[in-house]
Design a protein. Structure first.
Length: 245
């Protein structure tokens, strides 16, 4: 009971860390990416009928979040574990008997919730300053990207300092192997198509969810399986590997 209470006491600190360490980069990215579309949407009311304007606004917002969700997840998950190890913060964080895997599982959840609220703020800014349309389903894009790609980032963060480099390398290597060994041309391609992460389809599936279209179930499950597996493996590593190493 004491351990559970102590874990909850870290929640405020983890939320503060999200705002302080990731808030500024997210604000800069959100401003740079949303300002052009806000200016474009402001002129929609005069250039088209209300129905056409609403359709165009929704389309533009979905395309924006297809890129924004990926970037904000990279910011949100980068260094979630490795930063504490590199900076030596773990000596103070775990001076008391606290479960390390539970602490970082909670940090993973806090960062994910923070990214959803960030996306919600972006939607609110577009609604207030651009065009009065609020496609809430684009929040599913952020959730999907965080659960799939963020889980892999969490795993790499338990292993190395430059986890974002490993994430980029995994993404790039998968793309190269799929290009060299197409699934429809060889047995090796078919095998690689099964075992490689389907991140090349992440954007397509996310857009389908945002538009309310039925997503390809096999790809959706495979994306989530990669992310959840990465999170679980990362937690197992934290359970067995000292942070000081």
């Amino acid at each position: 009971m004491m351990r559970r209470a102590r874990m909850w006491s870290y929640l405020a600190w983890q939320s503060r860390d999200f705002v302080v360490e990731r808030g500024a980069p997210l604000l800069i990215v959100a401003t740079l990416m949303t300002f052009p579309i806000i200016m474009t949407l402001r002129d929609l009311g005069d250039a088209a009928s209300p129905m056409q304007a609403a359709i165009s606004a929704r389309y533009g917002i979905v395309q924006l979040f297809a890129e924004f969700s990926l970037i904000c997840v990279l910011i949100g998950i980068n260094g979630v574990v490795s930063s504490d190890r590199v900076k030596g913060y773990y000596r103070f964080l775990f001076a008391k008997p606290v479960s390390i895997p539970r602490y970082y599982a909670q940090a993973y959840v806090v960062n994910g919730v923070g990214l959803v609220f960030t996306a919600l703020a972006v939607l609110g800014a577009i609604y207030a300053l651009g065009y009065p349309v609020f496609p809430a389903r684009v929040l599913l894009m952020v959730v999907l990207v965080y659960l799939s790609l963020g889980g892999l980032g969490f795993f790499y963060s338990t292993l190395a300092r430059f986890d974002w480099v490993l994430m980029g390398a995994t993404w790039g290597l998968a793309q190269v192997l799929r290009a060299v060994y197409p699934a429809h041309e060889s047995r090796a391609g078919r095998v690689l198509d099964v075992i490689l992460p389907p991140f090349h389809q992440l954007r397509e599936v996310a857009v389908q969810l945002a538009r309310g279209e039925p997503a390809e179930s096999r790809t959706l499950v495979w994306l989530l399986a990669w992310g959840i597996s990465g999170l679980v493996l990362g937690l197992l590593i934290l359970r067995r590997r000292p942070l000081a190493t």
